[in-house]
Design a protein around this ligand. Structure first.
Ligand code: F6P
Length: 358
């Protein structure tokens, strides 16, 4: 009996550093340890529906080509972060079977994994998920691939901005990604030495931000301040700041500008503020050592799940160990948000960082 598996792998949703390290670990373990065939499916689900056409073309991967990719950012498999029209769904579902796959490893965030699980249920796929996102908002895993690198990138940016803020006695407002979750803003804000961190999960007051900045001047004699704002933080009236791009897509952006203007006005124009929107630089760069280790462990664990035919699960990082959880639990839980009781929120507050109205 031939038990050589044919395993598919794809990346779905927004990219992040560490995806190639997952692909490399999966390839090493699947091809070298198990002698399985590994099929790289390009452009996420689109590669399943248009697998016969060029340039989209699912193909057998060999480890030699993937081996050098450990420290590279992005994804060699490409990715798409948009939905598909209903009529394409059947084609995507059939793609798994047309490719003769025994199982599929999908590297995605909570949104992608939820959609892929629906397809798996409908189409009888054997699916294993690997969590990735700089937002770190996938439930039941304390870390997703890419988050640690993004935290380092934002931390470095905050530090760089501190020097120019200091030269001009300015308030630097730094708008960071994260969608509706404040993990990236909170971690990088603390690591970078921010004075105020505004996150979607906790309401804030502009007056209190100004009070914090004034206290820094009075107590520490420091005449600049750093305010980190998560892109999903709302105005005190509960409005999200967005813009609509040329394609009609609504995107989060602008809360940094709002906060900077309000700080200036609330201080009777005594505080001069500037805004930096870090944007996609947060998704770039080479993965940190932590992300490479996490990605490698996740890739190995995902292959182990396939080997033991434990499907419909997601690999996860809990209490310093790699484990796995049912995908149904991850999806039922939804986006993992911060709470005021989170230990990092408490730590920030305890050391004098303004984190909103707790
Ligand atoms: O989910 C990751 C993320 O980078 C968010 O933090 C951000 O809001 C969004 O993706 C940006 O998406 P896109 O690359 O499609 O503009």
């Amino acid at each position: 009996m031939n038990n050589r598996k044919r395993l598919g792998i794809l990346t779905s949703g927004g990219d992040c550093p560490g995806l190639n390290a997952v692909i490399r670990a999966v390839a090493a373990h699947a091809i070298l340890t198990h002698n399985w065939e590994l099929i790289g499916i390009p452009y996420g689900s689109q590669g399943l529906s248009e697998r016969q056409s060029i340039p989209i073309n699912a193909q057998s991967l060999n480890f030699k080509g993937i081996d050098p990719l450990l420290g590279t950012g992005g994804t060699i498999l490409k990715s798409i972060s948009k939905g598909y029209p209903e009529e394409q769904e059947d084609k995507i579902i059939a793609g798994y079977h047309d490719l003769g796959l025994d199982a599929l490893i999908a590297i995605g965030g909570d949104g992608s994994l939820a959609i892929l699980r629906q397809r798996a249920q409908k189409g009888g796929w054997n699916l294993v998920g690997v969590p990735k996102t700089i937002d770190n908002d996938v439930a039941f895993t304390e870390r997703s691939v890419g988050f640690d690198t993004a935290v380092s990138t934002v931390t470095e940016a905050i530090e760089k901005l501190s020097f120019t803020a200091s030269s001009h006695d300015r308030v630097m407002v730094v708008e960071v990604m994260g969608r509706t979750a404040g993990h990236l803003a909170l971690h990088a804000g603390i690591a970078g030495g921010a004075d105020a961190i505004l996150i979607p999960e906790i309401p804030y007051s502009i007056e209190k931000i100004c009070t914090t900045i004034n206290q820094i001047q009075e107590i520490l004699g420091r005449h600049f301040a750093i305010v980190v704002v998560a892109e999903g933080a709302q105005t005190p009236d509960g409005e999200s700041r967005t813009y609509t791009d040329a394609l009609g897509e609504v995107r989060l952006r602008g809360i940094g500008e709002y906060v900077a203007d309000r700080i200036c006005l609330a201080s009777n124009k005594e505080l001069e503020a500037r805004v930096t929107v870090l944007g996609h630089v947060q998704r770039g760069g080479t993965p940190t050592a932590f992300d490479r280790l996490l990605a490698t462990q996740f890739g190995k664990a995902a292959v182990d799940l396939v080997a033991s035919e434990q499907y419909d699960r997601m690999v996860a990082y809990q209490c310093g160990k790699v484990t796995s959880v049912p995908l149904s639990d991850v999806i039922a839980k939804g986006t993992m948000l911060l709470t005021p009781n989170d230990s990092l929120v408490q730590t920030a507050q305890a050391i004098g960082i303004y984190v909103g109205e707790l």
